[in-house]
Design a protein around this ligand. Structure first.
Ligand code: CTP
Length: 418
């Protein structure tokens, strides 16, 4: 495979020499393009010796080879490590002031950035906006590792280990290996290069300017799923109804209030997504009439009666749109069930899976003290293909990790990368 390895001007550039070794020892042809700043940390001679190719960052070297066009065009993969705040900004704004940024603009294949910088720089709104811009364009931007940084400080901002970057890069190009989730052979970033759209939280249906009909959903499970999908390498779009927890960093967020708004946001975010997860608690009904002014008590008048109308079934609609378009997309629903005298939780869930038509249904057993607002959860995952129900329990993060692993395995089985 032809790989371009862009190296940014950070101290972590020295670790990228090991990454280069991993690529060349696996037989790949690597062209290293360091920025000028990068060569102040690790010199051109090191990159040339380790790659066996000439190294430059000038668009005016070997002009007859038209390198500023050819390298990006021919590369099967571009990896940028360490991706500094400056390099992320230049890539996000499409600048082309050196050979590396020209090459990024010419990229025809997958691109992966492995950021490294001080925590404050990583968490700065400007950097986060640049990361979001790049991810929205299908570029994979890994989360930096946490730990000791250059000075005495520590926190998120360390370059991920060369092996982790290598693994993510291969997952991006070759797709998933057929390894059991969680096994030592399983890829570290099973959703690298995939886009995942998730709804979370509870909708609120207005009655008048001060009142609404809502539900007990806290959004914790949906947020945990968004984090797990992001950490598995996916670009994540989160459609957030009312939530008691903040949206995670590194995901695109669209905020909504009502079921109808959530429907519109999900239909538009789902287009172009590999996975759609409906974790939101959607109100099945909304008030038929919404008063423009506060509804008052009036002595001598009858108390108001609220009439409800049905909201659309968004999950079912997402499946219908997916099927009509013939798109390769995995649709995942959640089911909140209590069971009753007529059927138990799993009977109702199996019937719901059929009715909704989704590929996987994550079933919660709900009760007044269970699930809503709690930090722990216990679920059973049912599949349309009829495989054995899979149980998972623990914190909502533990459950999210199992659900995302399962989604990764289903994706590689049903829609393997070409
Ligand atoms: N859902 C949806 N649109 C609705 C209601 C629910 O997309 N109007 C989604 C939820 O996000 C969830 C799944 O459908 O992924 C199941 O939700 P649940 O409340 O368990 O089921 P309902 O369809 O509301 O069925 P019932 O109330 O009869 O149990």
């Amino acid at each position: 495979m032809r790989i371009v390895l862009g190296v940014g001007g950070g101290i972590a550039a020295y670790k990228v020499a090991s990454l280069l070794r991993l690529f060349t020892e696996a037989g790949h042809n690597v062209t290293v393009i360091p920025t000028d700043a990068a060569t102040r940390f690790v010199g051109v001679a090191t990159w040339e010796a380790l790659s066996g190719n000439t190294v430059s960052n000038s668009v005016f070297d070997d002009v007859h080879l038209v390198n500023h066009v050819r390298l990006g065009h021919e590369a099967d993969l571009i990896v940028v490590a360490p991706a500094t705040a400056d390099l992320l900004a230049r890539a996000a704004t499409g600048q082309a002031d050196d050979l590396l940024t020209n090459t990024l603009l010419m990229a025809g294949g997958p691109v992966l950035f492995a950021p490294a910088m001080h925590t404050e720089m990583w968490q700065h709104a400007a950097t986060q906006a640049n990361v979001e811009t790049l991810r929205s364009r299908g570029v994979t931007v890994l989360e930096p590792a946490s730990g000791r940084l250059t000075g005495s400080d520590s926190g998120p901002g360390r370059l991920p280990e060369p092996e982790a970057i290598y693994e993510a890069a291969l997952a991006l190009v070759h797709g998933l290996r057929d390894a059991a989730p969680g096994s030592p052979e399983a890829p570290l970033f099973p959703l690298a290069g995939r886009t995942v759209t998730i709804s979370a939280g509870g909708t609120r249906e207005p009655l008048d300017p001060v009142r609404f009909l809502g539900n007990r959903s806290s959004g914790k499970q949906g947020v945990a799923l968004a984090e797990a999908a992001r950490d598995a390498g996916a670009s994540v779009r989160l459609v957030a109804a009312h939530m008691e927890v903040p949206a995670p960093s590194g995901v695109d967020v669209v905020s909504v209030e009502t079921a109808l708004q959530l429907r519109d946001a999900m239909l538009s975010a789902a287009a172009g997504s590999d996975v759609v997860i409906m974790a939101a608690a959607v109100a099945d009904f909304r008030p038929a009439d919404v008063s423009g002014t506060k509804i008052k008590k009036r002595d001598g008048h009858a108390d108001p009666v609220v009439s409800l109308v049905r909201n659309p079934d968004i999950l079912h609609e997402l499946v219908t749109v997916r099927d009509a378009g013939g798109t390769s997309q995995l649709v995942v629903g959640f089911a909140a069930e209590t069971g009753d005298a007529h059927g138990d939780v799993l009977e109702y869930a199996a019937e719901k899976l059929k009715r909704k038509g989704c590929d996987l249904l994550v079933v919660n057993h709900v009760g007044s003290d269970k699930v809503f607002g709690q930090d722990h959860n216990s679920v059973v995952i049912l599949s349309r293909a009829g495989s054995e129900p899979q149980s998972a329990s623990g914190t909502k993060h533990d459950v999210a990790a199992v659900v995302i692993d399962r989604i990764g395995a289903e994706l590689s089985r049903v829609f393997p990368r070409t």
